[in-house]
Write a protein that binds this ligand. Structure first.
Ligand SMILES: [Fe+2]
Ligand SMILES: [Fe+2]
Length: 170
């Protein structure tokens, strides 16, 4: 077995966080979709897919390392957003939180001299820079648009801030 009990526990918890993010992003996407904002909706549907891919990376790693997968239950995601800004701010807060979780897992892998685990987690460390930065950009665009949310749609149509299929590889 190439994974310690502690890291296995942490990775299983992270599977829950990634799936929870996926569900949260489906709610945010459908909030925009229902409001006839297809670009914002597509952006968050894409994020939801990415988070599912992240969860599955942890699943496959635990199996490959000879551990036991135990997908935890997740809390009901938030659905009652009052504004685009509130929804995007919630997403940014979530990504900052996930970055801390990934850093904590990396700290644990380092403290255990688990080099294979560190190598696996490195992908997530880099990915979080992308995730936080993308969400931060989107928040500032939404902020600048103020009450003219169609300007955000126009911005996203002209400047896709997340490329198609990004994060879906591997
Ligand atoms: Fe993620
Ligand atoms: Fe994410």
């Amino acid at each position: 077995m190439l994974i310690s009990k502690e890291l296995q526990e942490g990775f299983n918890a992270q599977i829950g966080h990634e799936f929870a993010a996926s569900l949260q992003y489906v709610n945010i996407a459908s909030y925009f979709d229902a409001d006839s904002l297809p670009q914002l909706a597509a952006f968050f549907y894409r994020q939801a897919e990415e988070e599912r891919v992240h969860a599955m990376k942890f699943v496959h790693y635990i199996v490959d390392a000879g551990g036991q997968v135990r997908v935890p239950g997740t809390e009901e995601p938030k659905y009652d957003f009052q504004s685009a800004k509130e929804a995007v701010q919630a997403a940014l807060n979530w990504e900052v939180e996930v970055t801390k979780q990934i850093n904590d897992l990396m700290d644990l892998a380092i403290s255990q001299n688990d080099h294979i685990g560190q190598d696996f987690l490195r992908w997530f460390v880099t990915e979080q820079l992308e995730e936080v930065s993308t969400m931060d950009t989107l928040l500032s665009v939404v902020d600048r648009a103020g009450s003219n949310i169609l300007w955000v749609e126009d911005f996203l149509a002209r400047n896709p801030i997340v490329e198609e299929g990004q994060g879906a590889e591997e």
